[in-house]
Ligand binder design. Structure first.
Ligand SMILES: Cc1ncc(COP(=O)(O)O)c(C=O)c1O
Length: 449
């Protein structure tokens, strides 16, 4: 068992006093203290094991020995900044380039998804010499001021929408304006972007970029309709803007069949800028922007150096290389497809049994289970979702979280070593909780929780 420096209660008291209260804890009423982790499992101070269905950051598994070894070996040897020549950064950029379309061949290494998106915004504005940005409703792109401005999920609760930011409808075919019965939802949603561009032009403003997650996660684990990105890219390009795919949550094979989420939109589609982060360093702060030679040249032309003290250092790149190796050596994309397919099958069977499950969606190990009180009306059931999360933690030691504008979507983005047995266990436990709610007549949505 890992050594505990403080008793759990002491940690909590110190945390409440010393750490800003806007930094939230999972399970705030009864937080879990995790002292070590391995693979898809977390262990608390008493050695009790929890199954992690949340962390898409610890992509190849918590504390994977190959990653730890690569980091410590490089740390023992050298860690400098990118102003010295070093093999790791170029070898790593080369490996990333091999996963991307040829056009995306220039890389900037940074430390977080937010830094990546902030740089993407600068690249887009410098290249196009335009200012305005189109984002999807409910999107989150990071915690820097520039990104709060382009994240409706945040700015709606804060100062509001800036005049240079424009919000397009989220292409959610379950609950959005065009649904599963629409003959061509991809084109229909893309046309809402076209209309928005026309509105922007009427105000004498110009589009620099369209930003979207390849599978909107905070928006509720949405799988975008076919053809949407290609059509949007066509409209955005003809307005002189660029297409930014935020792969901070969805990259590195999470969807199984594709290495990048945007590739689900077909071979013909290629963004102009891709941002990546979370899973990239398996917990080590490593993120990146990939772009085209043309955009990079426009950025260089302003004669201002881009220097990032920690971005792309030899240790970070050694970690990044090791993550890519493990994804390949352990066939984690194949695993995501196998386990994700089984998870979706089981959840669909559960949907046939429980009225409260309105929708099951996802691909690979990016899966959402949407709870509703009424299937016809699709009325969100956030309190039931919160109850399921609480019970899974307390009764079964399974960590799951919720997302979506109404927090009624149970989301699964576990480490990629998640097993079929793990998936079966989670579904069995959810089944028990939902059955109990039904048989006990518990009316959670009417309760004050
Ligand atoms: C889609 C997306 N983009 C960007 C970010 C910001 O990344 P970071 O927290 O590493 O700054 C997040 C973080 O949750 C995210 O989900």
């Amino acid at each position: 068992m890992a050594e505990e420096k403080l008793k759990k209660e002491e940690t909590l008291v110190m945390r409440l006093k010393l750490i800003g209260q806007s930094c939230k804890l999972f399970y705030s009423e009864d937080p879990v203290k995790i002292t070590r982790a391995r693979g898809q499992y977390l262990f608390d101070e008493n050695g009790k094991r929890y199954l992690d269905c949340i962390s898409n950051v610890h992509h190849v598994g918590h504390c994977h020995p190959a990653i730890t070894k690569a980091a410590s070996a490089q740390m023992d040897l050298l860690n400098t900044n990118t102003r010295f020549l070093h093999d790791n950064i170029v070898l790593y950029a080369n490996r990333l380039a091999a996963t991307l379309p040829e056009k995306l061949g220039v890389f900037y290494f940074v430390n977080s998804g937010s830094e990546a998106n902030d740089l993407a915004l600068r690249l887009a504005q410098q290249y196009t010499q335009h200012e305005d940005v189109i984002v999807l409703d409910h999107a989150y792109h990071g915690h820097l001021k520039s990104l709060i401005d382009i994240s409706p999920y945040k700015f709606r609760k804060l100062a509001g929408q800036k005049e240079w930011v424009h919000v397009a409808p989220l292409p959610d075919t379950y609950r959005g304006m065009y649904r599963e019965d629409h003959p061509a939802p991809g084109k229909a949603y893309a046309d809402t972007v076209k209309d928005l561009i026309e509105e922007v032009h009427k105000k004498d403003r110009k589009i620099s970029a369209f930003f979207a997650e390849s599978l909107p996660s905070v928006g509720g684990q949405i799988v975008l309709p076919e053809g949407y990105f290609s059509k949007v890219a066509e409209y955005v390009h003809s307005a002189g803007g660029v297409f930014v795919a935020d792969e901070v949550q969805t990259g590195f094979g999470r969807t199984g069949s594709c290495f990048w989420g945007f590739q689900l939109q077909g071979e013909g589609f290629c963004p102009d800028i891709v941002t990546m982060g979370k899973p990239m360093g398996n917990g080590h702060p490593l993120a990146c922007v990939a772009t085209t030679v043309g955009i990079a040249e426009a950025f260089t032309a302003n004669q201002v150096e881009y220097f990032n003290t920690f971005g792309g250092n030899p240790v970070s790149c050694a970690v990044g290389l090791a993550v890519l190796d493990v994804i390949e050596e352990e066939d984690l994309r194949g695993n995501a497809t196998r386990v994700g397919t089984r998870l979706m099958d089981l959840l669909r069977k559960l949907q046939a049994k429980h009225e409260i499950i309105g929708d099951v969606r996802g691909i690979g190990l990016f899966v959402g289970l949407e709870l509703v009180t009424d299937r016809e009306e699709r009325t969100p059931a956030p309190k039931t979702a919160a109850w399921v999360v609480k019970r899974l933690k307390e009764d079964d030691r399974i960590c799951v979280s919720t997302d979506g504008p109404w927090e009624n979507v149970l989301k699964f983005k576990p480490p990629m070593c998640f097993s079929v047995e793990n998936a079966e266990l989670v579904v069995r436990c959810i089944d028990c909780i939902l059955t109990e709610i039904k048989t006990s007549g518990l009316k959670l949505e009417n309760e004050d929780m």
